[in-house]
Design a protein. Sequence first.
Lengths: 178, 407
Amino acid sequence: MSGKKLYGIMAEFDTPTELVDAARKVREAGYTKTDAFSPFPIHEIDEALGIRRSILPFLVFGGGVLGLLLGLGLQYYTHVIDYPIIVGGRPHFSLPAFVPPAYELTILLAAFTAVFGMLFLNGLPMPYHPVFNVPRFALASRDKFFLLIESKDPKFNYEETRKFMESLNPQEVFDVEE
Amino acid sequence: MTPQISYEAPKEIGKFKQIALGVGGLGTVALIIAALISEQMREQALRSWLFGFIFWAGISIGSLGILLLQYLTGGAWGVVTRRILEASSRTLVLAAIMFLPIVFGATFIYEWTHPAKDETLKRILEHRAPYLNLPSWILRTVVYFGLLLLMVYLLNKWSKQMDETGDWQLLKKASQFSGPAMVFYVLLVTFASIDWVLTLDPHFYSTIWGFLFLAGWGLSSYAFTILLLAWLSYREPMNQVVGRRHFHDLGKLLLAFVMLWAYLNFSQFLIIWSGNIPEETFWYLERMESGWGAIGIILITLHFAFPFVVLLSRDVKRNPKWIASMAIFILLMRFFDYYYTIGPAPRVSLHGAKLMLMESLSWMDFVAPFAVGGLWLWYFFGELQKRPLVPINDPFLEPAIEHGRAH
């Protein structure tokens, strides 16, 4: 270690199965500040690492409801309160005509919440991340699988954690510098 | 990887078959007796029969559409449901036979088969006569069933051949067939639904009508398939095959069809409401008063809003019991939708008069869905027993099973 602060310890694996097995052991050992990297989604990994489900769906639902109310409110205000004009002999408050714009706003705000909420919850955009200090990590987008334990983890102890990582039969274990 | 198990349908299916035949037979006999009593009763019996027919034949026709769709898109949900969809589609043979009472009794329920009573209707009917007359209506019906059954026959034949030979080229053949067939399918459903249902009201016309039935029949087919798959998933051999993710995927499609149904229905309503022309608005006006409005409210809240909100939840979609309960509820709502469409149409025996909801409701409207449904289910269960419950030589069977197992 070269004087720099340690971000965590990373292990490299050859197959997704090995990664999932290792992730299970890491969780069983009590580590919580962990992450896994793979070139493609592995569904079991969420459960293996104990990653909780995102709250994003609820945010999106809230965004949709907000859009619906906003759409109806906007039209009610403009058609009934601010500038009432009779169009085609219909009442000022004509719900059928209000449905398409209200629907569009529902979709718009739900979609915005989905996109920006996803970015926010993932902490994106993120111009720098320490894991890229490991040169071999570039293979995480090709054919290698990586598992990381952060030094922030309450159970983290350099010697012990490194020994533990080596016991998981990885290809290699790296120190990740800040 | 695939365990060597037999994919025969569970034994209970044989018992269901007996019960279905009993219920269907009793109901049919009751309706036949009623039809012989008086002309008014005959019209009621035939209208109720049409009501039941539209629901159950719709599952056959809708299942054919989903089969075509699935051959075009692929997907694990399609591989595990294919045999259920195929059995439903083959039941179209029985549905075609069950349409015979409507053909022979057409003059009792379709007002356009008689000379018009009033001047306005007379002009409309004269204008439509080159298309809308009994011989050509019967001919078209024969063509609809002929072409739909041809599609059913070919898809089922290739699927069976693949079970026997394991020739994967057949899958390609089926997908290549499904593209053009889908175009004809949409046209056939459009024309058939207009001929069979829309013309009950000889004044009305709507170009979106066919799509209402594409969505409605597709929706009931998905609901029926999910219900049966959920039941099978608790028993051998399908408990080895079906997983939560299959239900998740099917649940998403169910949600999509609920939305499509609502979207198309609202489109028809909005255009007629905006246009505000008496030739069209009467159709909705009649359905807003005399008690019919109550069904309209039920459709908006319970056929659309309630399933929409509930099906947003991932947990509901992934739990076989919950998604099956939702499927039952949607199937029930489909009856309301068909009754809302068929019920207020003018009565021939009352010289084109229209009835209020409470006058219109007859005991036969409750018996007919059981009568048609019993016979339909009897035939369906028989077809389901004939083949393994999954396409055993489909190259995508193994990945499809894996897909369902994954978290």
